[in-house]
Design a protein around this ligand. Sequence first.
Ligand SMILES: Cc1cc2nc3c(=O)[nH]c(=O)nc-3n(C[C@H](O)[C@H](O)[C@H](O)COP(=O)(O)OP(=O)(O)OC[C@H]3O[C@@H](n4cnc5c(N)ncnc54)[C@H](O)[C@@H]3O)c2cc1C
Length: 472
Amino acid sequence: MTDLTIRTLDATRTIPEEILSALRRKMDGALVLPGEEGYDAARTIWNAMVDRRPALVARCMGAADVIRMVKLARDAKVLIAVRSGGHNIAGNAVCDGGLMIDLSLMKSVHVDPASRTARVEPGATLAHFDRAAQAFGLMTPLGINSTTGVAGLTLGGGFGWTTRKFGLTIDNLVSADVITAEGELVQANEKEHPDLFWALRGGGGNFGVVTSFEFKLHSLGPEVLSGLVVHPLDEAAKLLPEFRRLANEAPDELTTWAVMRKAPPLPFLPAEWHGKEVLIFAACYSGDMAEGEKATRALRALGRPIADVISPHPFAGWQTAFDPLLTAGARNYWKSHDFADLSDAAIEVILRAVRALPSPECEVFIAHVGGAMSRVAPETAAWPNRNAHFVLNAHARWRDKADDGACVAWARGLFDAAAPFAMGSAYINFMPEDESDRVETAYGANYRRLAEIKRRYDPDNLFRMNQNIRPA
Ligand SMILES: Cc1cc2nc3c(=O)[nH]c(=O)nc-3n(C[C@H](O)[C@H](O)[C@H](O)COP(=O)(O)OP(=O)(O)OC[C@H]3O[C@@H](n4cnc5c(N)ncnc54)[C@H](O)[C@@H]3O)c2cc1C
């Protein structure tokens, strides 16, 4: 090792070789420099648009490693990025020239079936969590793509197939171990550091590095009624108002999302539909199978589907259903809106965008949320968007850098056209890097309290590679 030049919060500084060597000896994990083994794996994240080169990567193996790194960063005012699953679209998990605290090797999930809780390390993905919890017929609400990190998803809020029944991911968070900007380990829960616990539930990576999450678990599975109903996109103008009606009438157990894209070559789709625009209803019933059959009947009776593959599926398997469409390594840019309702005018602008998809992998997701999540008061946790009923996500996704302009413009075009019908709120976990001006609006009435808590726990804004909340 030689002396290391590293980016600080306002300039660069040199960390002498002897300090680095001493740190290296103390680490359970590894300190990795550019060119060393593991460097590229650590700095490569889900979104291929993000290609940054930290000066130093700390591949941590436990809270003690994280404490050493946070203290180093605090004392030398080093720019830090925190990586868990590495899925965030904005790419804040990795920084140029600074210190990357990589938690992706810390992936243990410890399930306690007696207390129906799980202790989860930040590098665990949703797949790790679901596999461990489903071994006991248990789960907590997470997202819809199993390679997503539990950590970032939770800190931003977290919703998926079972949110309407069991709440947001944060509604099921019991406690978290946090390394603060001072390099101290604190446990945050309803009784200890309650303000910090409030802020962690939706406030993102602003308040410290979480080294362990404790969740409450619910019984579900091993099978759930779930699957897809696929229609030609030409039917969408008729079917989306029906989707809206059924969503408004749905019991909490039933969650249906609408996805519009060019049909992938799924084995159950006739070959002539591959590559053609389709409307996909993806449904999951979080409850009794027979009740699920009844609850999904109206959805399945709509129009004349090209395919209907709703049937009992292992819950952990259904949680991976969209993985093949959302693999790592593509270029991605997202724009998202919350809707209280899906007006006819909103449907019209969405359909106009879907008829002009700029690449075969671009797609529009309309998530149906609400239910249990909406019955929690907005001031209970930092996440404020309890009244959202639908969340639109324009996923621009492509392979060739030359298509950056067209694909980004497509997502922005849909976002702008849909804005008059949206609530104005936003989900921080769906924000691309260029939406820092939207953070304050995203938190609405909760922003002021978040800024105050940020001032107490991170007055120098050490944790700034995130959807940043400035210290009050
Ligand atoms: C394909 C895909 C599908 C998705 N589907 C859903 C979905 O269904 N539902 C949903 O709610 N969201 C979904 N998301 C959004 C997802 O929740 C966010 O991208 C989330 O940030 C990913 O977490 P991560 O740990 O993988 O990310 P990372 O990129 O590792 O982290 C994101 C940010 O969170 C902070 N952070 C991460 N770990 C820690 C930690 N341990 N301590 C402190 N701060 C930390 C940092 O600021 C970091 O920059 C999806 C994203 C993708 C790309």
